[in-house]
Design a binder for this molecule. Sequence first.
Ligand SMILES: [Zn+2]
Length: 260
Amino acid sequence: MKRLLSLIVCLAFGISAASATQWPNGAKAAVVLTYDDALASQLDHAVPALDAAGFKATFFLSNVKQADIPRWRAVAAGGHELGNHTMFHPCAAATYPADPRYVSEAYTPASLLREIEQQNVLLSAIDGRPRHGFATPCGQTKAGGIDYLEALRAADLVTYVRGVTVTSEDLRANVAKMDPMHIPARGFPDGVAAAELIRFAEQARAGGGMAVFLFHGVEGDYLQVSDTAHRQLLEWLKARPKEIWVTTLQSALDWAKAHP
Ligand SMILES: [Zn+2]
């Protein structure tokens, strides 16, 4: 009876593994590194570490500083992905202190979509690409109290929407069958240790899915990961090229769509 039960358990896991996305060169999982808010510490610390490791990552830009335009252009030219994170990063007023004109309660879905469209124009002027993905500010999807995701989908302004929550089911999911308007990602507490970052990648490797990391500051700014912990994660990933495909979010989604 015990053996029968374990056989049933194995079969159940076998079915779930078989339904996972097949990644390039037989990799067990895709790992996507994303960085939000166009922070200087990302240009100073994340980009050099990624380039040294030979990895491409995704940067969601909002509140872009004029002085940083040449550097973001170089980041895009280097093969990294620039994504849309609105122009002014509106979140609910209760999230953190902000100008009352730039809290999400002060928007309508139409005004937020207009802002997303204008940020697309800015991104295209920087990277020369016609289409961009999108990450929700603060992981919130409301403008003036109304969920704007369906309006965004209908407007076809962005190629995908990255959120900020992730479950173990998400990590095992067939990415090709995921709703591109709900791509889960995981943020980490300030000062997160390398071991915790690596554990998240390991979970994806075990499940055959995709792990989307969400970073803010790297050795600076806020919600920081230290340069050391960030580099330790990259070293761990770099040591496993056959098991883990590190790529941009757009590339991972494009691959999954073409190889369901
Ligand atoms: Zn943000």
